[in-house]
Design a binder for this molecule. Structure first.
Ligand code: FNR
Length: 189
């Protein structure tokens, strides 16, 4: 079976190193995973005033999440947390109350930073948010990628063999995790 994975890139920057990482992951996935990006840059800042009548941009954003079997977050660390734009997107997806798009949706988290801790603190923060959103998370392997110049080309070629192998294994493990979670979910979930 093929599983559809929607990936979020936490950075909105044109030269984002996390976008390069996402491009690399797309190239290294096992054939059973069909990858598509879920974008969120056009969402307004969320307020529950919108709950009574979600704007079209938010409806299609939520529909994109509903349409996939799992979600992958590829995110930078900004000020020891996730970027505000990504948190805003998650807030949109979680509402109106009772229609949280992440509930029972398997997820994984990965990120890269020039710094040595490789987004570890942001990932812990994101994991708390995803827990509250009732997303079953792949706990291991963890992936804290320190970005050195040239590690990944713009179109996602990984220039270091051991990093490429690590990322390939991460996505293979995510595939196993998705298959396991989906095998125990009720059919209508
Ligand atoms: C950063 N950066 C950063 N790095 C880190 O390891 N921990 C942090 O807390 C922060 N904080 C932070 C805040 C803000 C506002 C910016 C703009 C940057 C550096 C960051 O890792 C670097 O800019 C990466 O290039 C961000 O990833 P993208 O956006 O290029 O994918």
């Amino acid at each position: 079976t093929t599983h559809k994975v929607g990936y979020f890139i936490g950075s909105l920057a044109a030269g984002s190193i996390n976008r390069k990482l996402a491009n690399a992951l797309v190239r290294l996935v096992p054939p059973e995973l069909a990858m598509s990006e879920i974008t969120f840059k056009d969402l307004p800042l969320y307020s529950y005033d919108y709950d009574a009548d979600y704007p079209p941009v938010a409806r299609s954003f939520k529909a994109a999440i509903t349409a996939v079997d799992a979600v992958l977050f590829v995110t930078p660390e900004y000020n020891r947390s996730i970027p505000g734009g990504l948190k805003n997107a998650i807030d949109w997806a979680s509402r109106p109350y009772g229609t949280n798009a992440f509930t029972r949706k398997p997820s994984a988290v990965i990120g890269t930073s020039p710094g040595a801790i490789g987004t570890a603190v942001a990932q812990q923060s994101l994991r708390s948010v995803l827990s509250f959103c009732n997303s079953p998370q792949m706990n291991a392997p963890e992936a804290y990628i320190q970005f050195t110049p040239g590690l990944i080309t713009d179109d996602g070629e990984v220039t270091n063999d051991s990093t490429a192998e690590f990322l390939r294994n991460f996505m293979a493990e995510f595939h196993t995790f998705i298959a396991r979670v989906r095998s125990v979910l009720p059919k209508d979930a």
